[in-house]
Design a protein around this ligand. Sequence first.
Ligand code: S3P
Length: 449
Amino acid sequence: MSSHGDPIPMTSSACGPLSGVAEVPGDKSISHRSLILGAMAVGETTITGLLEGQDVLDTGKAMQAFGAEVINHGGGSWSVHGVGVGGFAEPDQVIDCGNSGTGVRLIMGAMATSPISVTFTGDASLNGRPMARVTDPLALFGCQAVGRAGGRLPMTLVGAADPVPVRYTVPVPSAQVKSAVLLAGLNAPGETVVIEEEATRDHTERMLAGFGAEISTEVTDEGRVITLKGQPELKPQHIDVPRDPSSAAFPVCAALIVPGSDVLVPNIGLNPTRAGLFTTLREMGADLVYENEREEGGEPVADLRARFSPDLKGIEVPAERAASMIDEYPVLSVVASFASGETHMPGVKELRVKESDRIDAMAVGLRAAGVTVEDGPDWWTVTGLGHGHVTGGVTCASHLDHRIAMSFLVMGMATQKPMSVDDGGPIATSFPIFEALMGGLGADIQRGG
Ligand code: S3P
């Protein structure tokens, strides 16, 4: 089932070379943060290039429920009139974050140190995901949470009336948890310190600094120690959202496996905490070139040129790279199916608690399509068959997970028989123009099973 409405089965069939320019949408992580930080600033933040996927739209609606004015000016241009740190009003409705773990976890952090009660819910996928990883550290500030068994949504949080600052070591590599604690720290007096042993995406830290918060990061023996001074006045910003490397992954990977392809994916943010997939693909022998490398808004950016790569090899993906490509393992497993030899992916326990259990969701579909996959609690190995040898011809469950649906549709572009997904509806959460964009490059994606 799609998150809203009837399931939308989709089928992808082998196609001729993919070619042209793939203008992928804005970065999902930065889009959520733009709306939330805009709502916590005093005055008007303007945003261009916002991802208008359902996840981000749900966060925008939530910010309105907290009292911020969120206006869509059309064409990806938005403004947020913020209420200031500590200025959130108590919403008079349940906050429905749809499919978005990032949305709900960051918003929980942002409200946790205000004296308001908020009830959160989501779709069947989100309501099955663990929230204690966020509500445990928020309790240290004085925020109380009551949810369903196992710390699941729906859940009500009562924000701390007299918050205290916190020093917290994040026990799992999660930018969502780190960000929730930092956003809660905004309305606590004194210094909140978050320590992460493994570096995860650092957009919250960069953007908080941009909004005028006092925040610093020190790399020590403990890991990355991030210190935030509480109760700043955040100054409104103009944010030009860079394009999403996690969405770029789909046309890039499709070009690598479809014979004769040559695709340009311009203006992709290559923040090192996000770019692990591209490093991995190059190690596998992908013809993937960074063109026009430059800096924009303090972030490295390049145009990616991906061409058909007939001699891909399986590799060992270093566990320490996992956080920088955590959302890209599903589509990497597709590329690995067309490589020769084993691609071993260790250190990926977090994949089991995403929008779906992504190892399981991919392993079931890949095996049915003729690929050998082995897996354990925190690792998986895909044994590739080489170009032209992957059978396909199966219908896969997308489990309300946009990246699972898009990965199997990319796979069908190069398998002997078409690949179908039971529901492509969730694609709209992060990449609403996926079908049109891939079709424009020459892909054959049809509605129907
Ligand atoms: C995100 C962090 C990651 C990622 C998600 C977006 C973010 O989740 O999977 O799609 O914007 O902070 P975790 O922090 O749970 O690893």
